[in-house]
Design a protein around this ligand. Structure first.
Ligand SMILES: Cc1cc2nc3c(=O)[nH]c(=O)nc-3n(C[C@H](O)[C@H](O)[C@H](O)COP(=O)(O)OP(=O)(O)OC[C@H]3O[C@@H](n4cnc5c(N)ncnc54)[C@H](O)[C@@H]3O)c2cc1C
Length: 542
């Protein structure tokens, strides 16, 4: 087995991974490994933009107040202030790299700031309606052009390598990761003094999601298997408005459309959000998603509609060029008819326990971006705060790594043992993977979705436990493939979400259960932590 050495290993090529690599490039050799192609990430799909208190009528205090209010009492105010206050500096970094945010057509020196649910003012910087793509495209070019950064696409991280697992004396630390090359099937190790997990979220745990195929929660599952604490996994954000069309796989209608006056109506053409919240269609996402779920279930409808006909075609084409084009492709002219929408799993507030610098409890390991739970979002994420978090925390993590390197410049090189496949053979039962993959996702959608109950959660957990036993056996019997690794990871994350949801016997933020419909500050105003004994690269945590 080959072992590749570097100073810094970054796993993932979304905003968190690319920014980490960018800030690290002047300080040593960086390997940027990503499981598919460079642009395959949630970041590339982001439409709305990046929230940042940059306007004259705005302030870090106001942004903090909105974030805390959305976070349902679980955001860490110190973390919130620190991340939000660093926003403008990091936005300038992006602009310095050549990223152009949209400016107002009437005042070209001013940003055209978008308004989204839960924000008290317009504060979302955007680049048309394909902000993520514009940002990632420029970043990817800049990062990969640098001689110190080696891009390794199609390398899928399997599991972290820790000195604890290797039984090396001294404090436990991460020394790299095993990888599977998706193209030629080679298994190799990458060894580094510092590893940054930037593997993103886990939307694919659910049947319906706005996330692309890469979002299988790999980093969270890997960290859990390595014995790290995983926090607040019950808080899954369902985006209220994904386009409802059989061929429009996971296409999101940005919240910015409601910000521009789009109104949700039911199949009878009635505006219904006022029944649920005084803010109407601009209520926070969890409120809107639950209202849509309720409206659909009580009326027996398969979708609701987003009506933005108050704007003419010219405005819509210029404000939402991509949305307008894609909706038209599927037969919906936004200027002339309401667009059918449904909620879908969108963002995971929980993740690997870190501080605002991505520092985990395992020396040598950082977690940045959606894979991490820093304390910014608490029980619910304010729209467009996640790109900001990925951006700022990447910078913070690198500063922290460099400080640490100053104190501990020369770690000894610990050999990483060859990957053991045991008696595993090529699988002749790939259908099992496909079947279990669908079962996990359907089970999570039906029983651990927008509205939960004790009974549904218990049922889900029983099924997921059975599936995990089966998957573990499959993992040991057959040579690994990317599909098996992802299945193993979504099943692990499914268990973490269901267990966390069972631990929270109240409703708060994104977690809503019919058995405990009220918030219970006396008993549950705290994070949910799951931490199990470490397994190892060939073992599942139990
Ligand atoms: C449709 C959509 C629209 C959104 N719009 C907004 C918005 O307007 N504003 C906002 O703030 N947020 C938005 N979000 C959320 C935001 O995009 C994400 O939270 C953010 O991009 C996460 O960045 P990241 O770098 O942590 O993860 P990602 O961008 O998802 O990157 C993860 C990377 O890790 C790689 N990876 C995963 N597993 C492995 C593995 N095992 N081995 C190697 N590589 C691996 C992936 O291939 C990918 O390159 C949106 C999300 C979606 C899906």
């Amino acid at each position: 087995m080959r072992t590749v050495d570097c100073d810094y290993l970054v796993i993932g090529s979304g905003l968190a991974g690319l920014m980490s690599a960018w800030y690290l490039k002047d300080h040593g050799q960086v390997v940027l490994a990503t499981k598919r192609e460079m642009l395959d990430s949630n970041s590339d799909r982001a439409q709305g933009g990046i929230a940042c208190a940059i306007a004259e009528n705005d302030s870090v205090d106001a942004h903090t107040a909105d974030t805390l209010s959305t976070g349902g009492g679980l955001s860490d105010e110190g973390v919130v202030r620190s991340i939000l206050a660093s926003g403008p500096r990091h936005i300038r970094d992006l602009e310095g790299m050549g990223i152009l945010f949209s400016k107002r057509s009437d005042h070209e020196e001013e940003y055209d700031l978008g308004r989204e649910g839960g924000h008290s003012v317009r504060r979302v910087l955007h680049a048309g309606d394909i902000t993520g793509h514009e940002v990632i495209k420029v970043l990817a070019d800049r990062v990969t052009a640098h001689p110190n950064v080696k891009l390794r696409p199609n390398l899928m991280a399997i599991d972290l390598v820790t000195t604890g697992w290797l039984k090396v004396k001294g404090p436990n630390q991460c020394i790299g990761s095993y990888f599977l090359n998706r193209v030629n099937g080679e298994i190799l190790a990458i060894r580094a003094r510092h590893t940054v997990l930037a593997t993103g979220g886990a939307g694919k745990v659910y049947l319906y999601t706005s996330n692309p195929d890469i979002a299988t929660g790999d980093g969270i599952a890997m960290a859990w298997r390595a014995g790290l604490a995983i926090r607040n996994m019950e808080f899954v954000q369902f985006h209220p408005t994904c386009l409802y069309h059989p061929d429009a796989k996971s296409f999101l209608i940005s919240e910015a459309v409601r910000g521009e006056g789009g109104v949700l109506i039911n199949a009878a053409g009635q505006s219904f959000m006022e029944k649920y919240d005084s803010r109407g269609s601009l209520a926070p996402r969890d409120v809107v998603a639950r209202a849509i779920d309720h409206e659909m279930k009580t009326r027996g409808d398969t979708c609701v509609y987003l009506d933005v006909r108050r704007h003419d075609e010219e405005f819509l084409r210029s404000r939402f060029p991509n949305l307008y084009r894609v909706c038209l492709k599927y037969g919906f002219d936004m200027a002339r008819e309401p667009v059918p929408v449904v909620p879908a799993a969108h963002y995971l507030c929980g993740g690997v326990c870190t501080d605002q610098s991505g520092v985990t409890e395992l020396a040598g390991l950082y977690a940045v971006g959606e894979v991490a739970c820093t304390g910014l979002h608490g029980a619910n994420r304010l729209a467009s705060n996640s790109l900001l978090e990925a951006l700022v925390c990447a910078g913070n993590a690198v500063e922290s790594m460099l400080r640490q390197a100053e104190h501990n410049p020369g770690d000894s090189v610990i050999p990483i043992p060859d990957w053991q496949s045991g008696d595993a053979v090529n699988s002749d039962e790939a259908v099992v993977v496909e079947h279990n993959w669908n079962e996990v996702r359907t089970c999570m959608w039906d029983y651990v979705g927008i509205v939960r109950t004790n009974k549904r959660l218990e049922r889900a957990l029983r099924r997921i436990n059975n599936l995990r036993c089966e998957i573990r056996q499959y993992y040991l019997d057959y040579l690994i493939t990317p599909d098996v690794l992802e299945l193993r990871n979504i099943a692990a994350v499914a268990e973490l979400i269901a267990r966390s949801a069972m631990m929270r016997r109240e409703s708060r933020g994104l977690h809503y259960t019919l058995d405990y419909p009220h918030t219970d500050d006396a008993h549950f105003r705290h994070d949910t932590i799951i931490q199990d004994p470490p397994g190892g690269p060939v073992m599942d945590a139990v």
